[in-house]
Design a protein around this ligand. Structure first.
Ligand code: F6R
Length: 603
């Protein structure tokens, strides 16, 4: 979602800001802008559409500025126009914003009745106008920022620059924001993601909610000051060196990041298993030995929610522990029954998904422990949870999540085996290595799935079906396809078809039927029902089944042997390839599908 980058220092701010925004492009946005302080004026350049449009304008003007802020906007309030793009500025200040001001409309009316004018339809401009109003009353920037921030409700991050100095100010509430520092070069940075600052800022600060950060560049040093909203000094921030590298920013030999990330999975699976079973991660899992929660509240969104559904199955079948998996945006508002000793388990690649964070906060308020399965170390979820199980996927750039899903499920599986006390079973390591090998084989022989895609990509709709542990995979397969190929796709429990969805079946609908070795006959009967109604059938099932070969129009054979618990992940990779090839044939923007954002930081 919205990306933020700010710079202040002796160099030209344009380079790091544009480079930082380019790195955040994958998160999804629909307009971009920059505000530069030049000759004591705040000059704003902004444009709807891709960052290239903004770069083109900047190229023409070749500006030089020691202080600036940039933003990529994912529209919430107000259409995608240059006026609504950020930064928003006036004769005193310029601001960029990520999040939603929930009381914006009432505040705007009030401010308009006081004579203040607005240039955009955004909620963000309300903050700018409030800040300006309070500054005119107090002539004190920090006080005005604090007062404006205390007046608004909702979760937001803001970065502010002013005409009168080269300072960068920022603060946030439940939204991602980091401050970077390069002491040698006397430079200060702000961003919504430390990834934007790799190579620029070796030192990173993570301010907590409602901490105002002020960067001051003097002729001898760069200094970051932290204040509470009452303007007393604050120590509510964490510090970390930025250990991220830029490898993730290149596609290597692959045409898309999504394809690269699919191919990364075999290595990452082996690495994660080694980390948690044999190396440093072992201690983290050993703490779970014999752990039993009376109830697990699993919450997540989208693909991560699907991962939760698979993990629930492990907790139930391996540990016989009770759990629910709820969509975070539902859980947070349903007044859930949460009792002491229960545990919240939050699953998120980014660790910044607004709804998932709200569930974590709710569980924390109810006094229960928060565990997370998360990719981004240092993310808000990571910092707010009592125990973190990192999935070590590296940066995931493709908006459609692939490797994160696989590693979320694998981490959940390892947690389950740790609770069972079976991490040292030789079979466990072997099973994971086998999964990695089978996925590697699938990656090497991807053409078969491509051929299937060529035969079905033009079809009107796709119904994915599976039973038991493959049901969540049918949901995930359908989500992946609709996200990147813009085609209607739904996932169903195979046994549910005849309770409604079968009405959709005709020769234009494809049934992607996952047929596992378990409940084989029953699942085959479900496929027969679709075939009888002239639906096109793609079966993903165990190797060498004459029955499946005969039944299907296309048969993707997989080796399920030796993967009693992990075969859903193998099937899922086949579906990742299928979605990728269909999208490729349709010519969509695979890595940055329309309307989607990588990290959904608003609810
Ligand atoms: C789908 C996808 C999304 C995310 C969801 C949660 O491919 O990527 O459905 O899974 O937005 O995001 P995280 O995992 O960052 O909380």
């Amino acid at each position: 979602m919205c990306g933020i980058v700010g710079y202040s220092g002796p160099g030209n701010s344009v380079g790091p800001i544009i480079e930082g925004l380019s790195r955040l492009e994958y998160r999804g946005y629909d307009s971009a802008g920059i505000c530069l302080k030049i000759d004591n004026q705040l000059q704003i350049i902004k444009k709807e559409g891709k960052l290239d449009n903004l770069k083109f304008l900047i190229e023409e003007q070749k500006p030089f500025s020691h202080t600036g802020i940039g933003h990529t906007r994912w529209a919430t309030h107000g259409a995608v126009t240059s006026d609504n793009a950020h930064p928003h500025g006036n004769e005193l200040f310029a601001v960029v914003h990520n999040g939603i001001i929930e009381n914006a409309s009432s505040l705007k009316k009030e401010l308009q009745s006081e004579g203040f004018q607005f240039k955009s339809q955004t909620d963000s401009e309300v903050f700018l106008v409030l800040l300006t109003k309070f500054f005119k009353q107090s002539n004190d920037v920090l006080k005005s920022i604090s007062k404006a921030f205390s007046t608004i409700t909702g979760n937001s991050a803001f970065v502010i620059i002013e005409k009168a100095s080269d300072k960068l100010y920022c603060l946030k509430r439940s939204a991602p924001l980091v401050v970077g520092e390069n002491k040698e070069k006397r430079e200060a940075f702000v961003s919504s993601d430390p990834f934007a600052l790799v190579g620029f800022a070796p030192r990173i600060y993570f301010p907590q909610d409602e901490v105002i950060c002020e960067s001051v560049i003097s002729p001898v040093e760069v200094k970051i000051n932290f204040y509470e909203l009452d303007l007393s000094p604050s120590n509510r921030y964490k510090f970390q060196t930025n250990a991220m590298t830029l490898d993730a920013t290149t596609k290597g030999p692959y045409e898309h990041f999504m394809l690269k990330e699919i191919h990364e999975q075999p290595k990452l699976i082996n690495k994660l298993a080694a980390y948690y079973i044999k190396n440093e991660g072992r201690k983290i899992l050993d703490d779970l030995r014999n752990f039993e929660a009376p109830f697990w509240h699993l919450t997540a969104c989208g693909t991560a929610w699907h991962a939760g559904l698979v993990i629930k199955n492990f907790f139930e079948q391996i540990n016989r522990q009770r759990s629910s998996v709820e969509i975070a945006s539902e859980f947070r508002y349903k007044n859930p029954i949460i009792k002491k000793e229960e545990v919240g388990l939050f699953i998120s690649q980014s660790g910044e998904t607004a709804d998932t964070l709200a569930c974590q906060e709710l569980c924390a308020q109810k006094g229960i422990s928060s565990f997370s399965i998360v990719n981004v170390e240092g993310s808000t979820l990571f910092r707010n949870s009592n125990k973190n199980f990192l999935i070590h996927a590296g940066v995931e750039i493709g908006v459609a999540s692939t490797k994160a899903f696989t590693l979320q499920v694998l981490t959940g599986y390892l947690m389950s085996r740790a609770m069972e006390g079976s991490l040292d079973d030789a079979d466990l390591f072997k099973e994971i290595q086998l999964l990695s090998t089978r996925i590697e084989e699938l990656c090497a022989g991807g053409d078969k799935i491509k051929e299937v895609a060529e035969k079905i990509y033009y079809n009107k709709g796709f119904i994915f079906t599976g039973r038991g542990k493959y049901f969540p995979i049918s949901l995930e397969g359908a989500l992946k396809l609709k996200e990147i190929a813009y085609v209607h796709a739904e996932g169903y429990a195979a046994g549910e078809l005849k309770h409604g969805p079968i009405a959709l079946i005709d020769e234009d609908i494809v049934n992607i039927a996952i047929v596992g070795p378990e409940l084989f006959e029953k699942t085959v009967s479900n496929v027969e029902e679709v075939k009888a109604r002239r639906g096109k059938i793609v079966v993903i099932g165990p190797r060498n089944s004459e029955e499946l070969r005969h039944l299907s129009d296309f048969y993707i054979e997989l080796d399920f042997e030796g993967l009693p618990n992990l075969s859903p992940l193998l099937v899922n990779v086949a579906l990742q390839f299928l979605a990728y090839h269909i999208a490729f044939l349709k010519g969509t923007d695979i890595d940055k599908p329309r309307n989607l954002a990588k990290s959904v930081t608003v609810e």
